[in-house]
Design a protein around this ligand. Structure first.
Ligand code: SF4
Length: 896
C-alpha cells in the first residue's frame, strides 16, 4: 500500500486507510469482521470466494479486490448482503463432508459458518478423496480443500518456493504438490505457511497443534524469539500440560511478519527427547555418572580453585555461547572477570563473524550491520555475497527473493549455485579464498566507470588516493585470472551495483571464514563507501547475516577476551574504570585467550580449567582431533549442555542446561534488535538455565555475582555499556523489539547507523587499502579438490536439536555434493559412500551428484558430527581474528 491516506465511510463510520488499500482493509479498520475465505493479508488478493461482499456506493463488490477510494460509502450490514454472503459460504460448504464443521473445529471456515448460522447439515458430501500424510509436518486432507489457493499463494508469494499448485476442475479442484508425487518428496521446505493460512483444516500439522494458526493465537501462547538462526523471528508458542503443541509465527513479528521456517516452526521435538540431560554428570573412574547439583558444583568450584592455585587466574577459561541469552553471556564474562580474575572468555562468533566485527569496526566504527533489514528490503539492487539465506536464514531468504520478484536487481557472489542464484541478474562464482580480489575488481570498475560518489568520498571517507593506486593492480582481466569470474560478469555486476539508486550489501560466512576474512569484510565494505551507499539515503550499507540466534548479542555482552560489554577495550583504563565502578573489583587489563589459543594452551599444559557453555566444540570447531586432544589434556572440563554432545563426552562435569524455549532473557538478532526470550515450558528434570548455573558456580566459590534476575543483568550491563543504557526488559515487553545503539530509555534505538558521522575516531568511513592474499589451503595433485562447508535448510549447526526432531526425516544424512565431471573423474556414484580425506583428517559421506558446485569443488554441511567433517578442516585462521578458514580445505575422494 502506498500514497496518501484515503478517507471513506464504512457503515456510517469515517475511516482512513493508506492509498492502495482494499475495501476489506477499510472494513477491518472500522472494526467490522467480514468473512474472506480466500484472503490473507500476507497475500495478494484473489477475489475468488465471494464471501466478503459489500455494497460500495450502492454497487455489490468483493471487498478484498476492490480498491478503497476517497469518499466512497461502504455498507456491510444489510440483510441482503448477509444473505448473499451466507449463500456464497453455503455453496462452498456444500462440497465438503460434515466433519469440516465439527463443533470443536478451530478452522476459519467453521468459525465463519458459526457466525452465519450455517450448520454441519449443509456439508453432506461423503468425501473419499483421501489425504497425504507422507510429510512429518504437513498433512493434507483433500476432502476439506475449497481450492481458495491461499496455500499456493503463500508458498509462492511469501516463501518463494512455488511447491504447490491447484489441480483438477470445478468442485474437484484441490491443492497438490507441483511435483505430482507425495508431499514428502515435493519441493516443500516446510515453512508451515500453508498450514498457517489454510482456512478449512485441509492442510494441518499433525499432533496436538493441529488446526492452530497464527490468526487465532491460543490464549495460553507464550511470545518469544526463535532460538535457531540470527534472523530473530517472533514466535507464539502454544502449550498444553507443560509441552509445546505448536509454534506459530507472529503476524506482528518485526522481522518475520507472520512467517517462519522449518526449524523455528517445527523443530521442537528435541525438548522431550529421551536423550535430554536431566541431571548433572560427574566423571568417576573414567565414566560420567549422574550426581546431584551440589556434588557437581563442588567439583567445579574445587577444580577452578585448584587451577588458579597452580597456574593463576589465566589458567582458567570459558567459552560462552551464541545460543545463550544476552544475560547469560553477560553473567559468564562477569564471572570470569570478577570471580576468576581473567579475561579468558570468548564466544563462538570467533568461529564465524569475528571478522565482521573487526572489519566493520575498521571501516565504519561499530562491530555490526549498518542498516535495518526493512531498509535493505527497499533496495533496488541487492548484492548477496557468500551467503545462502534461502537455506540458512530462510525468512530473510524469502524476503530477499520477494524483493527480487518485485523488480530489484540481484547480484549473487558465491562459488555455489545457492538458492538465490537462480534468480540473479549476475551470478559471480569466485574460487574459494579469492574474495578480496573479487571485491577489488568490482571497486576498480566502479572507479574507472565513474560510478563512485565523489562528494561522499571527499567529505565522509578516507583512503581514496591510496586505494586508487592499489586498484590499478586489479583490472578485470587480472581479477578474472585470480577468481575465475569472467571479466564481463565483473563489469556487469559492478554496473548494476554502481548504477542502482539504493544498493544494499548482504553477506554471510562465505566472506568471513577465510585466512583473510577481515580483509574480505573490509574490501567488501569499500564498495558501499565508494558508492556513498552507507550512512546516507543513497543505499543500505553492509549487513552481515548471523548464523546463530545470538552471535551479535554474545559479543555485545562482552564475552570476548579483549572487550568488556559494549566493546570497550580491556586495555583502556577508562573502560575498565566504568566496569570496576559497577562490579567493585579490579578488571584485569591483559586481553585473554581466544578460543583456538585456549585449546593450544590446554595442549601445552597452561590451561587447567575450561568451561564450555552450550557449544559442541568437538563437532563444530576446525581440526576436531586437535580440539579433543586439548580437552583431554585439560585437568577440568565443564560443559553445559542439552545432550551428551561430542564435547560433553570429553568433560569432567556436565551440567544439564535449558533450551531457548525454557528460559528467560533477550537475544540480539542480525540487524541489532534486542528481543525478549520467554520460557514457554518448564525444563526437564534438574536442568537449569546457564544463568542459574553460573550463579550457582559463583556461589559455590563463595562469591555473589549480584543481578539475581536476567532483567537485573541487562540493566547492570547498561550501566557499563552506554550503547545499551536505554534497554530494559520492561521496555522490550512494551515495545517488542528495540535496536542498539540505544543510550536513552526515552528515545528509540538507532535503526540506521552513521547518518551524521561514522563511529571511527575521525568520524569518517575508512577505505581498506589491503592487497589480495591467497588462502591458506591449496589443492594439489594429492588433494585436488576444494571442500567448502556450510548449512542446509533442515538442520542447524551440529544438528543436536534438529536431528532430534522430525527434521531428521526431511534430511537424514550428510551428503557430499560434487559436480558430474568430478564424479566421473573420481569414479564416484550418486548415493555411494565416499571417504573424504584432507591433510588433517578423514570423513565419510554420501555422494550426491549435482551442478550446484563447479568442477574442482565439493560441498558438505557439518550437521552430523558422526561424519567427522570438521576433522577435515585445517587450523588456518583469519590473520586478524583467528576465525577458522572453514571455506577452503583441500581434499581427495576415495569411493568405498
Ligand atoms: Fe528461526 Fe531463523 Fe527460521 Fe526464523 S528463519 S524461524 S529465526 S530458524
Amino acid at each position: 500500500m502506498t500514497g496518501s491516506a484515503i478517507e471513506l465511510q464504512v457503515d456510517g463510520t469515517a475511516v482512513a486507510v493508506p492509498g492502495g488499500a482494499s475495501l476489506l482493509v477499510a472494513v477491518r479498520a472500522a472494526g467490522i469482521e467480514l468473512p474472506a475465505l480466500c484472503s490473507d493479508d500476507r497475500l495478494s488478493p484473489a477475489g475468488s470466494c465471494r464471501t466478503c461482499l459489500v455494497r460500495a456506493d450502492g454497487q455489490i463488490a468483493a471487498a478484498c479486490v476492490t480498491p478503497a477510494t476517497s469518499g466512497v460509502r461502504v455498507d456491510t450490514a444489510t440483510d441482503d448482503l448477509w444473505q448473499l454472503r451466507r449463500e456464497a459460504v453455503t455453496v462452498i460448504v456444500s462440497a465438503l463432508p460434515p466433519r469440516a464443521l465439527a463443533d470443536d473445529s478451530p478452522s476459519e471456515l467453521a468459525q465463519v459458518c458459526r457466525t452465519l448460522g450455517i450448520g454441519s447439515e449443509v456439508a453432506q458430501v461423503a468425501g473419499g478423496r483421501g489425504g497425504d500424510v507422507s510429510h512429518p509436518y504437513v498433512h493434507l486432507d483433500r476432502d476439506l480443500c475449497i481450492a481458495c489457493g491461499r496455500c499456493v499463494r503463500m508458498c509462492a508469494e511469501v516463501q518463494g518456493t512455488f511447491a504447490l499448485t491447484l489441480v483438477g476442475r470445478g468442485s474437484g479442484t484441490v491443492v497438490a504438490p507441483g511435483t505430482g508425487g507425495p508431499w514428502a518428496e515435493s519441493d516443500c521446505v516446510a515453512c508451515g505457511g500453508c498450514v498457517d493460512t489454510c482456512p478449512t483444516g485441509a492442510i494441518t500439522q499433525p499432533g496436538p497443534g493441529s488446526g492452530l494458526t497464527s490468526a487465532h493465537r491460543p490464549a495460553a501462547a507464550t511470545r518469544t524469539t526463535c532460538g535457531y538462526c540470527g534472523v530473530g523471528c517472533t514466535l507464539d508458542v502454544a502449550t498444553r500440560d507443560g509441552e509445546v503443541t505448536a509454534v506459530l509465527p507472529a503476524r506482528d513479528g518485526p522481522v518475520n511478519q507472520g512467517h517462519a521456517c522449518v526449524k523455528g516452526r517445527f523443530a521442537h521435538g528435541y525438548l522431550t527427547s529421551p536423550e535430554r540431560l536431566t541431571r548433572p554428570l560427574l566423571r568417576r573412574d573414567g565414566r560420567l555418572e549422574p550426581v546431584g547439583w551440589d556434588e557437581a558444583l563442588d567439583r567445579v568450584a574445587r577444580g577452578m580453585g585448584e587451577a588458579t592455585a597452580v597456574g593463576g587466574a589465566d589458567a582458567v577459561a570459558a567459552i560462552s555461547s551464541a545460543r545463550a541469552t544476552n544475560e547469560e553471556n553477560y553473567l559468564v564474562q562477569k564471572f570470569m572477570r570478577v570471580v576468576i580474575g581473567t579475561n579468558n572468555v570468548d564466544n563462538c562468533s570467533r568461529l564465524c563473524h569475528s571478522p565482521s566485527a573487526a572489519g566493520l569496526t575498521a571501516s565504519f566504527g561499530l562491530p555490526c550491520g549498518t542498516d535495518s533489514f526493512d531498509d535493505v528490503e527497499r533496495s533496488d539492487c541487492l548484492l548477496v555475497v557468500g551467503a545462502n539465506p534461502v537455506e540458512a536464514h530462510p525468512v530473510v531468504g524469502a524476503r530477499l527473493l520477494r524483493r527480487v520478484l518485485h523488480g530489484a536487481k540481484l547480484v549473487v557472489a558465491d562459488p555455489r549455485a545457492v538458492g538465490l542464484a537462480q534468480h540473479a541478474d549476475v551470478h559471480l562464482r569466485p574460487r574459494p579464498g579469492t574474495n578480496a580480489a573479487l571485491f577489488h575488481g568490482l571497486a576498480h570498475i566502479l572507479l574507472t566507470h565513474g560510478l563512485t560518489d565523489e562528494k561522499f568520498l571527499r567529505e565522509r571517507a578516507t583512503g581514496l588516493p591510496e586505494l586508487t593506486e592499489l586498484l590499478d593492480d586489479y583490472p578485470p582481466d587480472r581479477v578474472a585470472d585470480i577468481t575465475g569470474v569472467p571479466a564481463a560478469d565483473l563489469v556487469a555486476a559492478a554496473r548494476l551495483y554502481g548504477r542502482a539508486e539504493q544498493p544494499a550489501i548482504v553477506y554471510g560466512l562465505g566472506v568471513t571464514e577465510h585466512l583473510h576474512g577481515t580483509d574480505g569484510v573490509r574490501t567488501l565494505a569499500n564498495l558501499a563507501i565508494l558508492r556513498g551507499a552507507v550512512g546516507t539515503d543513497r543505499g543500505y550499507g553492509v549487513n552481515p547475516l548471523r548464523g546463530q540466534n545470538n552471535v551479535q548479542g554474545a559479543s555485545d555482552m562482552g564475552a570476548l577476551p579483549d572487550c568488556l560489554p559494549g566493546y570497550g577495550k580491556v586495555t583502556d583504563p577508562a573502560v575498565r574504570a566504568r566496569a570496576e565502578a559497577v562490579w567493585g573489583v579490579p578488571v584485569p587489563e591483559r586481553p585473554g585467550l581466544r578460543i583456538p589459543e585456549m585449546f593450544a594452551a590446554a595442549r601445552a599444559g597452561r590451561l587447567r580449567a575450561l568451561w564450555v557453555i552450550g557449544e559442541d566444540v568437538c563437532a563444530t570447531d576446525p581440526d576436531t582431533n586437535r580440539v579433543a586432544e586439548a580437552l583431554d589434556a585439560c585437568p577440568l572440563v565443564v560443559c553445559n549442555e542439552l545432550f551428551l554432545s561430542e564435547t560433553a563426552r570429553h568433560a569432567d562435569v556436565v551440567l544439564p542446561a535449558t533450551s531457548w524455549l525454557e528460559k528467560d532473557g533477550t537475544f540480539v538478532n542480525f540487524d541489532r534488535r534486542f528481543q525478549r526470550v520467554r520460557s514457554a515450558v518448564p525444563p526437564p528434570g534438574e536442568a537449569r538455565s546457564d544463568f542459574d548455573a553460573v550463579h550457582a558456580v559463583a556461589a559455590a566459590m563463595g562469591v555473589s555475582l549480584g543481578c539475581p534476575t536476567p532483567a537485573d543483568a541487562l540493566a547492570e550491563c547498561g550501566r557499563i555499556a552506554p550503547v545499551f543504557a536505554g534497554l530494559s526488559h520492561d521496555r522490550l515487553d512494551r515495545e517488542g523489539a528495540v535496536p542498539w545503539p540505544c543510550p536513552d530509555p526515552r528515545r528509540p534505538g538507532a535503526v540506521r547507523l552513521y547518518e551524521n558521522r561514522f563511529a571511527t575516531p575521525d568520524g569518517r568511513a575508512h577505505l581498506a587499502v589491503v592487497p589480495y592474499l591467497p588462502p591458506g589451503e591449496h589443492p594439489d595433485d594429492a588433494y585436488p579438490l576444494v571442500l567448502v562447508t556450510g548449512r542446509r535448510w533442515a538442520h542447524y549447526n551440529s544438528g543436536s536439536m534438529t536431528r532430534r526432531s522430525g527434521n531428521l526425516a526431511l534430511d537424514p544424512v550428510d551428503f557430499l555434493d560434487l559436480h558430474p565431471e568430478d564424479a566421473i573423474r573420481y569414479d564416484v556414484r550418486d548415493g555411494a559412500q565416499v571417504d573424504v580425506e584432507s591433510r588433517h583428517g578423514t570423513a565419510r559421506l554420501i555422494a550426491r551428484i549435482s551442478e550446484q558446485t563447479v568442477p574442482g569443488q565439493v560441498f558438505c554441511s557439518f550437521h552430523f558430527p558422526a561424519s567427522g567433517v570438521n576433522r577435515l578442516t585445517s587450523d588456518h585462521a583469519d590473520t586478524v581474528t583467528s576465525c577458522p578458514e572453514y571455506k577452503v580445505t583441500a581434499v581427495r575422494l576415495t569411493p568405498r
